[in-house]
Write a new protein. Structure first.
Lengths: 283, 281
């Protein structure tokens, strides 16, 4: 069953002058069709201004479609009576870790979501503990968020969403403001959620190497979905990705260059190990 | 330099006072202040001082820490003393040039000083022994009855705790902006007051812009996590009265009764007034 389904989604930013007449219409999303199944890990790639963050905000009922529909777990996001159900079903992690942590202590921040949902006190505590454990931050539960590194803060944000027991978690460029080691720990935590907890994950990013392990990838450009497929299918089209100003992961790029020089390697090599194995086969 | 600012400074240690329910401490401060302004004789003040000493002793906060808070109101205290000393009419004590100090003025000045010092100490002991979070929780629960008058107590408490959480973040941001401006040749240290104030404008503008951006982001993040106002929320750490809170309430009650008895009883007040009149003669 589709947990998230966007059908012919169109969203327009309308700029108005002082009298309220529209002067300029920017189409941020142009007939987007994206569907995500329960338990899937879906990556959404795109350069700045490709509409990927706008799309994310539709899944959480922060923005509403101009045309088309967004269905989250059977609920239409425009149905006002279900807004809070939509938001607790599709949890959202944002880019800037400093601007989404509300509590002054890690565990209090993680408890914020369940508090809003009216979860009884005893259950809040068990949810907080289990969520912090899932992202490997249990030992920092009494710390002040200000004392944590960027990657740790972002993991706390993820735990904060998990504590609401969502069916699906949307991460809107969670690593954009982190250093490489912070990126790695966040990506590892996200993969763990998908592998171990079977959580549906929608990861929006412009770093290609973060979605190498995804089940499916959508590539967006200028508000449209321009490519769609498994990582292997996507990354074998190196030229097209480059025309969209996206960087291909290192191993894929090397394989592609070698192939151009006449070495018989298959398309869509994703990891270093794969590349080494294939090169050894060539000898 | 800007990082030295500590608001609602909290002194971390373990003590009974620290563990008390914030509601007890808030109500206690209020009652203490009321008591202070109702005393009519020195015995009342002695009681107030004794009570303060007991609380300080129990709180395990070094006295130095508490008296630090007094430095800020030094100026106000001096002005109060001067005004009371020189401008109270009554029986002259010393008289020189055009200035007269009266017995009444002296008594008034001493009273005011004791009141002010106890007032500041009393309120700073609360912030020193209670975390800001705990304090807002206490305010929220303690003022819960205001909901009847449609005052959004929960929302106001949420705003307070968010404001407290963003103080260090905004300070850090100010520091960063100032350093960026310094690197481009801004001068915050030299020149007269007007010049220095003007130099701060290029710091404040980007600070405000970023504060608004943060507020927008935070509001979105809170909505995404289903925050919809204070109603219908449960608490992760609800405030529950313990036995020690009951004991504290009893002590407070005893203090109030004693205060009214000792500080305002006409027999005692009359006794002190007699001594006072004898001195005057």
């Amino acid at each position: 069953m589709d947990i998230v389904k966007a059908d012919n989604l169109v969203f327009e930013y309308i700029r108005r002058d002082d009298e309220g007449n529209p002067v300029d219409v920017t189409t941020a999303l142009d007939h987007v069709n994206i569907d995500v199944k329960q338990g899937e890990f879906v990556g959404i790639l795109g350069h700045n201004g490709s509409g990927k963050s706008t799309f994310a905000k539709h899944l959480n009922a922060i923005l509403y479609p101009t045309e088309g529909t967004v269905i989250v777990d059977g609920m239409n996001t425009t149905d006002e009576s279900r807004v809070w159900d939509v938001r607790s079903t599709a949890g959202m992690v944002f880019q800037n870790p400093d601007n989404q942590i509300i509590g002054q202590v890690v565990e209090e921040d993680v408890g914020f979501g369940p508090e809003n949902l009216g979860v009884p006190t005893a259950e809040i505590w068990s949810r907080v503990e289990e969520s912090l454990r899932a992202v490997g931050m249990l030992e920092f539960r009494y710390k002040s968020p200000g004392k944590l590194s960027g990657g740790q803060k972002q993991r706390v944000s993820i735990a904060g969403v998990l504590a609401m027991h969502p069916k699906c978690i949307i991460l809107d460029e969670p690593t954009a403001m982190l250093d490489p080691s912070g990126r790695k720990e966040v990506v590892r935590a996200i993969r763990g959620l998908n592998d171990v907890e079977k959580m549906t994950v929608i990861l929006i990013t412009h770093y290609m190497d973060e979605v190498v392990h995804a089940d499916r990838i959508f590539v967006m450009d200028k508000g449209r979905v321009v490519m769609h497929g498994t990582p292997r299918e996507i990354f074998s089209q190196v030229e097209q990705l480059e025309s969209l100003r996206l960087d291909v992961p290192g191993p894929t790029r090397i394989a592609w260059e070698l192939k151009k020089k006449g070495i018989p390697l298959p398309d869509g090599i994703l990891t270093c190990e794969e590349l080494v194995k294939e090169i050894q086969k060539c000898r | 330099m800007i990082r030295d600012i500590t608001i609602g400074q909290y002194y971390q240690t373990k003590s009974v006072i620290h563990r008390l329910d914030p509601r007890v401490k808030l109500l206690g401060t209020l009652l203490f202040i009321i008591a202070l302004f109702s005393y009519k004789n020195p015995l009342g003040y002695a009681l107030g001082i004794a009570f303060m000493c007991m609380v300080i002793k129990l709180s395990h906060v070094p006295v130095k820490f508490i008296t630090k808070g007094l430095k800020g109101i030094m100026m106000i205290m001096c002005i109060t003393v001067v005004i009371n000393l020189f401008l109270t009419a009554g029986t002259p004590l010393i008289s020189f040039w055009k200035i007269t100090i009266t017995y009444e003025g002296l008594a008034m000045a001493v009273t005011m000083i004791i009141r002010l010092i106890l007032l500041i100490m009393g309120s700073s002991i609360v912030t020193l022994t209670t975390t800001p979070n705990n304090l807002t929780d206490g305010l929220e629960k303690g003022l819960g009855f205001m909901k009847v008058f449609h005052v959004p107590v929960g929302d106001v408490a949420m705003m307070m705790s968010i404001a407290l959480r963003f103080i260090p973040i905004l300070l850090e941001e100010t520091d960063r902006i100032m350093k960026a401006q310094l690197a481009r040749g801004a001068d915050f240290e030299n020149g007269n007051l007007v010049k220095r104030a003007k130099a701060l404008v290029p710091v404040l503008v980007p600070l405000f812009v970023s504060a608004f951006r943060r507020a927008g982001d935070l509001a979105m993040a809170m909505e995404a996590r289903c925050y919809r106002g204070g109603d219908g929320r449960t608490k992760m750490k609800p405030l529950v009265y313990k036995k020690r809170d009951a004991v504290a309430y009893i002590i407070l009650f005893a203090f109030m009764v004693l205060s009214i008895f000792l500080g305002r009883w006409s027999v005692i007040t009359g006794f002190f007034n007699n001594i006072y009149l004898n001195i005057l003669k």
